[in-house]
Every structure is written in C-alpha cells, then in structure tokens.
Design a protein around this ligand. Structure first.
Ligand SMILES: [Ca+2]
Ligand SMILES: [Ca+2]
Length: 90
C-alpha cells in the first residue's frame, strides 16, 4: 500500500492514522489498533494540549506531526493499493 496526500486544499494539515484515545501517550493506528512503528512528531509534540488524541501532519511544522483534538478541522489522507488507479477522493 502506498499512502498519498489527497489534492484537496489542506487548511493546515492532514489527519494521519494515529490516535492515543485508548491509552494516553500510547499511539496506535486508528484503523487497526496496532501500535505505530514510526513517528515524526514536531518539536514539543505530542503535548496533549486540551486532550489531543488524534495526530495530523501539519503545515506549520513543515508537515511533521502534531497531536490535535479529534474534532479539529484537517484534511484527510487515503491509502490505496499501489496497483489501483488513483482518482479524486477515496
Ligand atoms: Ca492524547
Ligand atoms: Ca499538540
């Protein structure tokens, strides 16, 4: 599978498939519940400021990661099989 960024304008970032909503500070994939094996947190993050349990790659940190409130407004990413023709949307 090859992740790719969608082409829709990102307000300030893209949600990624990571959450620590089950155990604070333990980051898992939202889709599978498995632990994340890679991270690219921006300096000072994750900081759980105001109960931030979802992760986004954010423009202000040169697209390094920031934890944010799960209801924040970010664009999304799609993951597709490498052999699947890419289309707009997921
Ligand atoms: Ca958190
Ligand atoms: Ca944060």
């Amino acid at each position: 599978m090859i992740p790719h960024f969608n082409i829709f304008p990102a307000k300030d970032g893209f949600w990624i498939d990571a959450t620590d909503s089950v155990v604070e500070g333990i980051w898992d994939h939202s889709s599978t519940g498995s632990h994340i094996l890679y991270s690219n947190w921006s300096p000072g993050n994750p900081n759980n400021d105001g109960n931030q349990d979802c992760a986004a790659t954010v423009r202000w940190a040169n697209f390094d990661w920031d934890d944010d409130q799960c209801y924040a407004n970010h664009s999304f990413t799609c993951e597709k099989n490498a052999m699947t023709k890419l289309k707009y949307g997921c």
